[in-house]
Design a protein around this ligand. Structure first.
Ligand code: AMP
Length: 140
């Protein structure tokens, strides 16, 4: 399917709508999920028109994984957990709701596993901003 450049993450990349950013480099952007499944739920997206993992150019693989590792390490420190649940829904059949490739990073622990429903409830922006500041402070 043709990439829809009016999707919400494309608009975030063009800075037409805001996001709560935690990290950015030439090829990727990481920001807070507005309907988090756990405190600290962060999304990593490539700065390229790719709806799913299957359209991601190989030249962007490393940048995505490097940013996931960097942000994941910060989440471990900021939320005092060794557990980061990572997932990526490719295609609406899999439940993907935003048609721009994104990787979910959710700090969690098997001992306190109480993740909330997917994309269900808006979080308070000030609370998300506070989490973002904790994550940014924990970035290497
Ligand atoms: P998926 O269902 O895998 O496509 O995930 C889309 C994710 O994007 C969900 O977890 C939503 O909560 C999140 N989301 C939707 N709109 C925004 C937005 N404007 N800023 C940040 N996260 C968003």
């Amino acid at each position: 399917m043709a990439y829809d450049n009016q999707n919400i993450f494309a608009k975030i990349l063009r800075e037409e709508i805001p996001c709560i950013k935690v990290y950015e480099d030439e090829l990727t952007l990481a920001f807070m999920d507005i309907m988090p499944q756990a405190d600290g739920h962060t999304l990593v997206i490539p700065k390229v028109e790719a709806e799913t993992l299957f359209e991601l150019p190989a030249t962007h693989y490393e940048a995505c994984f490097t940013t996931m590792q960097k942000v994941g390490n910060a989440l471990k420190k900021a939320f005092s957990t060794e557990g980061i649940m990572m997932f990526q829904l490719s295609g609406s059949d899999a439940g993907q709701t935003v048609p721009h490739l994104h990787f979910h990073l959710v700090p969690t622990s098997i001992h306190t596993l109480r993740t909330r429903k997917h994309a269900a409830e808006m979080a308070d922006q000030a609370v998300l901003q506070g989490f973002a500041e904790r994550i940014i402070a924990a970035l290497d």
